[in-house]
Design a protein around this ligand. Structure first.
Ligand code: KG4
Ligand code: ZN
Length: 331
């Protein structure tokens, strides 16, 4: 079964072709970082305009890369939420139009579900597993018991982990999005130089909070003298260490509490080098296995949408043309 996956929920225009749920024939992403960078965050109106400009060339490019035409495609999958409504509508309208014209069935995909399943693009990970989804818009913990069987365990009380990365990067003048820049800068820094606070939620072991550390970094930056300006790498490394701590502890606790032996990372922040190494260290110590996708499958991509679509199409699901974009879609 050849599935075309299309993703336009935020600021990446992406398309992929996936054969039988395992062979990626094409996976193309057009990032809008250059467009939004000067504003220090995603500007929704600009994002939808960019998607309109890019989506057809990206879908055409993916088909060409796969050596396929639309006639070869058995089913299509497109993100219909959550995300920016204007952005979502671009991909969804295109796929609905293509489906109407060609008769090829399509399914709308929940973006969060696609992140939770993305690990299967490269690894055979048996269910159940604890999934930590940390991206620019979400920080969520799920017990994934099978396709379509997700138990929500906790989430962030305020900012998402990626949002904290992006805001701290902005404060440090590292540009947008800043997660990767902080990660790179942290490589030459001392993670023990500054002890930033680790938020703990008393009422739940599986909840997160990142607004406190953001404010702590802001105060630190304001209070340091000019002479200390060269400390940037230490600040990046210390911040990264604290965020990794705050993400790793609840995931390990969740695995223990639910008697689950595997932890899977996903979302853009799962590309973070310290989160990956720390999760591995702690999981090894607790006798758990940890799996993470390659960085290109952690951030938004069409292959994970095609994969989720493959599972639903195989089960016979078909969406009709009344499906609408849902900015606040939950799982
Ligand atoms: O999953 P994603 O591509 O988009 C959303 O659905 O949000 O995640 C983007 C987020 C951004 O906040 C970005 O700064 C962060 O992931 N990110 C990272 C790294 N690479 C991307 N954060 C920390 N370390 C990284 N290496
Ligand atoms: Zn995402």
């Amino acid at each position: 079964m050849l599935v075309l996956g299309v993703e336009t929920s935020c600021d990446d225009t992406a398309a992929a072709l996936l054969q039988d749920g395992r062979t990626i024939l094409a996976n193309i992403v057009s990032s809008q970082d250059q467009v939004h960078g000067p504003y220090g965050g995603v500007v929704p109106e600009l994002a939808s305009r960019q998607h309109i400009k890019n989506v057809l060339p990206i879908v055409d490019g993916a088909l060409r890369k796969a050596g396929a035409t639309l006639k070869d495609v058995d089913g299509m999958a497109v993100t219909y939420g959550p995300g920016l409504v204007g952005s979502l509508l671009v991909g969804l309208s295109l796929v609905k139009g293509m489906s109407f014209r060609s008769g090829i069935p399509y399914v709308g995909i929940n973006h969060l579900e696609a992140h939770l399943l993305a690990i299967h693009l490269e690894h055979e990970v048996p269910f159940p597993y604890i999934a930590l989804l940390a991206s620019g818009g979400h920080t969520l913990l799920y017990s994934v018991r099978g396709v379509g069987d997700y138990v929500h365990l906790g989430g962030t009380r305020d900012d998402a982990a990626g949002e904290a990365y992006d805001k701290v990067a902005k404060m440090m003048g590292l540009g947008y999005p800043g997660g990767r820049a902080i990660d790179q800068l942290a490589q030459s820094g001392n993670a023990r130089a500054i002890r930033f606070p680790r938020a703990k939620i008393k009422s739940s072991a599986f909840e997160f909070s990142f607004s406190g550390i953001k404010t702590a970094v802001w105060h630190y930056l304001k209070s340091r003298s000019e002479a200390q300006a060269e400390e940037s790498a230490d600040i990046a490394a210390s911040f990264q260490e604290a965020v990794a701590d705050m993400l790793v502890c609840p995931a390990i606790k969740a695995a223990r509490a639910h008697g689950v032996e595997r932890i899977v990372l996903s979302g853009g922040v799962a590309a973070n080098s310290r989160l990956r190494s720390k999760m591995k260290e702690e999981a090894d110590a607790a006798g758990l296995s940890v799996f993470y996708p390659a960085p290109k499958f952690c951030t938004d991509n069409g292959a994970m949408i095609a994969l989720a679509g493959y599972h639903w199409l195989k089960r016979g699901r078909r969406d009709d043309f009344t499906l609408n974009a849902d900015a606040d879609l939950t799982l």
